[in-house]
Ligand binder design. Structure first.
Ligand code: NAD
Length: 243
């Protein structure tokens, strides 16, 4: 029976690139998005690679919606072998100007979603005694970033959650790792001003932004058998932003 991967927030950007890369590797793909419409294009592109794909609309910050989605996906696909916690948002602003609402929204979507999905899919993987979970952290979670108190906090937490889940689930054959991307060209970073983009480029050894596919390649390695003895690790993919 073929293996199945569920990728949150995979209607566009890095999540869509991961879905397509895992489809190419032969996984059936469960696409999660806020609306079903937002995930349909990725689903079609995955199906064109010869695998089965389905879209489930759910807000991953909401436990009950995640529960319903994971139940349906398990019924439809039989197993859930890979979970990629990719959905995320930014609500940037300097600390003294950041609203409580923007702080809470980023923590809920970037951090609590990882608790929701790891608990629910982890329970299925525990019964299967196998699985691989990959979380999308960020260089902001490793080093901090001005204007991103909320985002850095959420991604720092994702790093800690990755290590904790790896320690809890390792003896049952489940590996948990994270990638920490630097600046990747997606709708999330398209919002930055030219001034911000130039300042960032100045700090990158390779003097260019990364592409979503360059994140997907490393995620695919962490999902597959080639990384069978790798767990609890945070792999930075930043073109040499920090060394
Ligand atoms: P993006 O904004 O292009 O895509 C994010 C996707 O997540 C969107 O399709 C959105 O609809 C979905 N989403 C948002 N909230 C959701 C929710 N509550 N439930 C379900 N889906 C939801 O972003 P991206 O650049 O592709 O980023 C993907 C991940 O990579 C994020 O976790 C982000 O923090 C992380 N990351 C991105 C960069 C970068 O430079 N782009 C750098 C470091 C880390």
């Amino acid at each position: 029976m073929s293996k199945t991967a569920i990728i949150t927030g995979s209607g566009r950007g890095i999540g869509a690139a991961i879905a397509k890369r895992l489809a190419k590797d032969g996984f059936n793909i469960v696409i999660n998005e806020l609306s079903e419409e937002a995930g349909q294009q990725t689903a079609e592109e995955c199906r064109a690679l010869g695998i089965k794909a389905a879209v489930y609309a759910a807000d991953v910050s909401d436990y009950a919606q995640c529960e319903e989605m994971v139940k349906k996906a398990k019924e439809e696909f039989g197993t859930l072998d890979v979970l990629v916690n990719n959905a995320g948002i930014t609500r940037d602003g300097l600390l003294l100007r950041m609203s409580e609402e923007n702080y809470d929204a980023v923590i809920r979507i970037n951090q609590k979603s990882v608790f929701n999905m790891t608990k629910l899919v982890g329970a299925i993987m525990l019964r299967q005694k196998s699985g691989s979970i990959v979380n999308l952290a960020s260089v902001a979670g490793l080093y901090g970033n001005p204007g991103q108190m909320n985002y850095s906090a959420s991604k720092g937490a994702v790093i800690a959650m990755t290590k904790t889940a790896a320690k809890e689930l390792g003896s049952r054959g489940i590996r948990v790792n994270a990638v920490a991307p630097g600046f990747i060209q997606t709708p999330m970073t398209d919002k930055l001003t030219d001034e911000q983009k130039n300042a960032i480029l100045g700090q990158i050894a390779m003097k260019r932004y990364g592409q979503p596919e360059e994140i997907a390649n490393v995620v695919a390695f962490l999902c597959g058998e080639d990384s069978s003895y790798v767990t609890g690790q945070i792999i930075e993919i930043s073109g040499g932003l920090s060394m």
